[in-house]
Design a protein around this ligand. Structure first.
Ligand SMILES: [Fe+2]
Length: 168
């Protein structure tokens, strides 16, 4: 079954999944913002600024998906409600561990979304999502390193200021 125009419309399933994924990206953006504020409150402005940039990056991923949905014939971009992000961590290591875990989970979500595009026989969406799969591989690698660094820097009191300087 093809749509009325040219057979290029998104399936309802894929449209819903793309909008849901854009919301996940927005939630990820909110989580980074929350983590940024946590460090800002402790005067680690370098780390806070770095996390703020990560937050903006996640938002740009959401906008990229919404833009794609709108590009497709009759595609309807939909803004969904977001859950409140976590904001109460005990230690800096715990924040970084959470962010690393979140990026790993996100990789799985992106891969599942790309698999769904294939299942729906949607070549365009499948190709579009290639970039997201690779971006997640980069993000997980980056957070793997950041997490290791945080573990090392947090081992001795005061050393965290070096990481703060490094991420400025
Ligand atoms: Fe993202």
């Amino acid at each position: 079954m093809v749509d009325g125009v040219s057979g290029t419309a998104l399936s309802a399933t894929l449209e819903k999944a793309l909008n849901a994924h854009a919301a996940e990206e927005m939630h990820s953006s909110q989580l980074y913002l929350s983590a940024s504020f946590w460090f800002a409150n402790k005067n680690y402005d370098g780390i806070a600024g770095f996390l703020l940039k990560e937050s903006e990056e996640e938002r740009s991923h959401a906008l990229k998906i919404y833009d794609y949905v709108l590009t497709r014939c009759d595609g309807r971009a939909d803004v969904l409600a977001l859950p409140k992000p976590k904001n109460n961590w005990e230690t800096p290591q715990e924040v970084f561990r959470d962010l690393f875990e979140a990026e790993k989970e996100f990789s799985l979500k992106v891969r599942n979304l790309r698999s769904l595009a294939l299942q729906e026989k949607d070549q365009g969406a499948h190709i579009f999502l290639d970039w997201f799969v690779q971006e997640q591989e980069r993000a997980v690698d980056e957070w793997d390193k950041l997490n290791s660094k945080m573990e090392a820097y947090a081992a001795l009191p005061g050393l965290l200021w070096h990481l703060d300087k490094e991420l400025e």
